[in-house]
Design a protein around this ligand. Structure first.
Ligand SMILES: C[S@@+](CC[C@H](N)C(=O)[O-])C[C@H]1O[C@@H](n2cnc3c(N)ncnc32)[C@H](O)[C@@H]1O
Length: 271
């Protein structure tokens, strides 16, 4: 029996600028991610960015001529995106929307993609049904996530955070804590096996102490949602375990990061 948990607000309301400060990608990485997406789905048909956030991908796609709709639950994030567009050659069309109730007609898009968002939706099955509904038959849905090595500081902290939650009886399939592999499995069940592309790989450098600090400060969504007292207790547990695993917590370590696209082709059985 998993612990009761109140419904969470997963929209980024607070500080869209902080999002850009903390989620920057090295030179060339964003371009490679966008190029792999365009190579697979082209720019001809309307494209949906589900959970577009600050437009990390929707803006460069619009600049390359894609007719991209940037949908996000957060009006603040969309306003921030619009502000950034002022210095750009093109802007996506902005739509405030919940992934579980998309305000688009059926088969409106030739393709859709979503980066670091489907772990946030309240009901993954409902969101996947909506994705299928708004896509044309023969279209593509692309899921994008950054992956870390399991023994890198970021990968280790995230995995051990989830283990600590599970040990306390929390349900890891709920929003924010849901694993990337669970999202891929749900999409695979609906659409069949994906075509997987590693769009970019790069090296970061981070100490275990910094990775723990970003968890303690709840910088990333997997660290949202837990009452403060329990959050602090788990971070203290992780600090002890990290000292055993890494030794010196302040020593900077290499962290290999990969941006992976999972492309799912939509084959709907028409009624
Ligand atoms: C981690 S950010 C990712 C933003 C962007 N895709 C990127 O990679 O930079 C997640 C975004 O999803 C939005 N979001 C959260 N829950 C959502 C929902 N149910 N429907 C649509 N967007 C949602 C948040 O407001 C936030 O902008």
């Amino acid at each position: 029996m998993s612990k009761h948990f109140p419904k969470q607000d997963t929209a980024y309301h607070k500080d869209p600028r902080q999002y850009d400060r903390t989620r920057g990608l090295p030179d060339g990485v964003q371009e490679a991610i966008v190029a792999h997406l365009l190579a697979k789905i082209g720019v001809g048909d309307a494209m949906l960015d589900l959970g577009a956030g600050s437009g990390r991908f929707a803006i460069p796609l619009a600049e390359r001529g894609a007719r991209v709709f940037a949908a996000d639950l957060s009006a603040e994030m969309l306003r921030h995106l619009l502000g950034k567009c002022a210095q750009k050659s093109a802007c996506p069309l902005l739509v405030q929307a919940d992934a579980m109730r998309l305000p688009f007609r059926s088969a409106a898009f030739g393709s859709a993609f979503s980066v670091h968002t489907l772990h946030l939706v309240e009901n993954l099955t409902t969101a996947i049904k909506e994705i299928e509904r708004v896509l044309k038959n023969g279209g593509f849905f692309a899921l994008g996530y950054i992956e870390h090595e399991a023994d890198s500081p970021i990968g280790w902290v995230l995995e051990n955070w989830r283990r600590a939650l599970a040990a306390r009886g929390y349900d890891l399939s709920r929003p924010m804590w849901r694993r990337h592999s669970q999202i891929v499995a749900a999409l695979r069940q609906k659409f069949g096996p994906p075509h997987i592309v590693i769009a970019a790989q790069w090296q970061g450098v981070i100490s275990p102490a910094e990775a723990l600090r970003s968890a303690a400060e709840r910088l990333f969504t997997p660290y949202w949602g837990l009452p403060d007292e329990e959050h602090v207790a788990i971070i203290a547990e992780l600090e002890r375990a990290a000292t055993e695993f890494f030794g010196n917590l302040n020593a900077p370590l290499q962290d290999t990061r990969r941006f992976v696209w999972h492309f799912f082709e939509i084959h709907r059985r028409e009624a």
